[in-house]
Design a protein around this ligand. Structure first.
Ligand SMILES: [Zn+2]
Length: 232
């Protein structure tokens, strides 16, 4: 039903357009009787823009609809008005695109900054070696599994009982002889009660998940201890 209505109104539109065209041709050929003088340009511009200010009962409308000079001018003004509108639509579309692009760029920049900031902030981890039996050299101590994420880590290491105070080198290595250093940092141990604690930043972002060793080496006595480490 709706389809039929649409179809019939389309046919009506075509018919009206055809009549208007025939009328226009007659006017332009000077086949119509013209009543009254030509209106001014402002009126014709309003008429071309289909301004609501113009009442169809206005005799100038009748004149313009029958005068070949006014009709010519009206057609030219309609063309100008249409191309102005198209330019306006085009400019608006470009402005909208520019605004969207700017929003997208700013949003991406902010997301990028945010993720950069969250990437840069070290992840705090604590490794408690307090109850670890310490073995010197290449023999790793029997300890609970230590695991760290593959990220920038601020690791707080509670050193094993009886550890010496002083400066330590903390490293993550591939093997228990200190080869293949993945990350390294130096830090002073601070005493907290009986415990010695080192806080060191280790950049493990480039490390693949797997088995490594966490090494602590006292700078003065060069005693290195290796603990099995899992990077997740
Ligand atoms: Zn006229």
């Amino acid at each position: 039903m709706r389809l039929n209505l649409r179809r019939s109104s389309r046919a009506e539109n075509r018919f009206e357009k055809w009549i208007a065209q025939r009328h226009q041709e007659r006017v332009l050929a000077g086949d119509t009787t013209v009543v009254g003088p030509c209106p001014d340009e402002a009126f014709l511009e309003d008429l071309a823009r289909r301004s609501r200010r113009i009442a169809l009962s206005d005799p100038r409308v009748d004149h313009a609809a029958t005068c070949s000079i006014c009709m010519n001018r009206l057609l030219a003004l309609r063309c100008e008005h249409r191309s102005r509108q198209q330019k306006l639509v085009f400019a608006t579309a470009i402005a909208v695109c520019v605004i969207i692009a700017a929003i997208v760029t700013i949003t991406r920049y902010e997301i990028g900054n945010h993720s950069l900031a969250s990437n840069m902030a070290p992840i705090a981890e604590t490794v408690n070696l307090w109850d670890t039996g310490a073995f010197r050299g290449q023999q790793p101590g029997p300890l609970q599994s230590v695991s760290l994420p593959a990220a920038l880590v601020r690791v707080r290491i509670i050193l094993p009982r009886f550890s010496s105070p002083g400066r330590y080198v903390v490293a993550v290595t591939h093997d228990p002889s200190g080869n293949g250093v993945v990350a390294e940092a130096t830090a002073n141990a601070t005493s907290s009660g009986q415990q010695e604690i080192i806080v060191a930043d280790l950049d493990l972002r480039s490390a693949r998940a797997g088995r490594y060793y966490l090494a602590t080496t006292h700078e003065q006595d060069q005693a290195a201890y290796y603990y099995p480490l899992q990077i997740k």
